[in-house]
Design a protein around this ligand. Structure first.
Ligand SMILES: NC(=O)c1ccc[n+]([C@@H]2O[C@H](COP(=O)([O-])OP(=O)(O)OC[C@H]3O[C@@H](n4cnc5c(N)ncnc54)[C@H](OP(=O)(O)O)[C@@H]3O)[C@@H](O)[C@H]2O)c1
Length: 328
């Protein structure tokens, strides 16, 4: 019997796990849903059945589930994920707890699924990293990347249920509780905490995770991550310096050929990726594709994706789906 535990099933990412799993109807015989003690006993309709949320407690890992999808934050992952693996469970973790561990594969299935060998613990990258990887993997493969400059415009849903509440509440004039300033009416250049080097943790996640996924430790990358008063979907302006020259027409074809990457780029008709279009979709959208004339082989692109779906839940479920297919 194939079983799957969902840890953090009541959260923004967790409830999207449930939605994506229903859509995909994978060959899992039984699901078990876990959250904090606040949600214990809560009833959720999932897969045409009523499921009762259980509290995650220290004896749960010993059940020995076949798979577990984690989205309950880093602290819970640090406390529980390895306990699950000790009992044979393959854990796909959405938090940042293990992403940079050398023995933990960091996976975007369209790009590097084959780095998973017999690992019991697999990490899902940060939401802002995942969406950037689809176009950047195309560029790295075909031209080689010399340097990346990330500028992100990240939705409040990236900060979970409390992020959404903060946008709603501050729009009614209440004081902020989640973000360091009132998010309504402001773009806040501050996501996660500041580090000694002046960057935020979010910016360093993008830099380090990009190097790991593209398997290029020496890649020059810089990032500025900004929280914007938008409900869902992250937008990214990505400036890339390539190692070799390119033809825009060829590059568009190469982007179009990439699985789950959709080119939306026709400025004659004001066509470019927007949050409202990417919302509730699993694809990554790329547009405003144009040369950066300030360097020899420069390129600017605008990349948008649903941070809760492709940036978190769908990416993890895609990994699970591929693992299940590999077993068959
Ligand atoms: N939002 C995004 O765009 C995004 C993208 C990529 C990765 N992630 C990562 O995914 C994780 C969850 O994010 P989210 O946005 O879904 O947050 P969220 O909406 O705040 O949900 C948090 C979930 O964790 C559960 N939880 C909290 N304390 C727990 C405990 N002691 N034991 C068991 N479960 C507990 C909560 O249960 P209760 O409802 O019972 O409190 C809830 O189900 C985080 O690690 C985040 O970094 C989020």
């Amino acid at each position: 019997m194939i079983t799957c535990a969902i840890v953090g099933a009541t959260g923004l990412v967790g409830s999207t796990f449930l939605k994506v799993l229903e859509e995909k109807n994978l060959k899992i015989d039984k699901y078990y849903l876990f959250a904090s003690k606040n949600s214990k006993g809560k009833k959720i309709n999932f897969m045409d059945k009523e499921h009762i949320i259980e509290e995650l407690t220290p004896e749960i890992p010993s059940h020995g589930f076949t798979y577990a999808l984690f989205s309950a934050g880093s602290e819970i992952s640090k406390e529980y994920a390895k306990e699950f693996t000790k009992h044979g469970t393959i854990v796909i973790d959405n938090s940042s707890a293990f992403r940079m561990d050398e023995d933990v594969p960091l996976v975007v299935p369209e790009i590097n699924f084959d780095v998973i060998k017999d690992n019991k613990l697999i990490a899902n990258p940060n939401c802002s990293t995942i969406q950037a990887m689809l176009p950047l993997a195309v560029l790295e493969k075909n031209y080689g990347i010399r340097r990346i400059v990330y500028s992100t415009y990240q939705a409040v849903s990236g900060a979970g249920k409390k992020g959404i509440d903060d946008l709603m509440h501050t729009s009614y004039g209440f004081k902020e509780e989640k973000f360091p300033h009132k998010i309504y009416g402001n773009c806040i250049p501050h996501i996660d905490s500041f580090l000694e080097n002046g960057y935020t943790k979010e910016e360093m996640k993008m830099i380090n995770e990009t190097r790991k996924i593209l398997d290029n430790k020496d890649l020059d990358i810089t990032a500025t991550c900004v929280r914007v008063p938008v409900m869902n979907c992250h937008c990214e302006s990505i400036n890339v310096e390539l190692k070799t020259d390119f033809e825009l027409a060829t590059l568009l074809q190469q982007f179009s050929a990439m699985e789950n990457l959709v080119v939306l780029d026709d400025t004659r008709f004001n066509i470019y990726p927007l949050n409202g279009f990417a919302d509730d979709k699993d694809e990554v959208f790329v547009g405003r594709i144009r040369r950066d004339y300030s360097v020899p082989y420069g390129l600017n692109i605008w990349v948008v994706a649903d941070n809760i779906r492709k940036g978190a839940a769908s990416n993890a479920v895609q990994i699970l789906e591929k693992l299940l297919n590999r077993c068959n």
